[in-house]
Design a protein around this ligand. Structure first.
Ligand SMILES: [Zn+2]
Length: 66
């Protein structure tokens, strides 16, 4: 059962809110190849490019193979 907002102090609310906000991914950048959002120092999940070269071929949908 939840705690009523009137019973919760401002400090407690703000402390919880701060902890929650740190769960979100920070430092995300966009891919220079396809401009999709990606993590720094990681291969782009969208186009498979890293450091201006393709390190992993893009996985095609299985519909093309059939
Ligand atoms: Zn990309």
């Amino acid at each position: 059962m939840g705690v009523s907002p009137s019973k919760r102090s401002k400090a407690r609310t703000r402390r919880k809110r701060t902890a929650w906000s740190k769960l979100t991914v920070t430092g995300a950048m966009s891919c220079p190849q396809c401009h999709e959002p990606k993590l720094p120092h990681r291969m782009c999940p969208s186009c498979g490019y890293y450091k201006n070269r393709e390190v992993a071929p893009k996985v095609e949908q299985t519909a093309a193979a059939e």
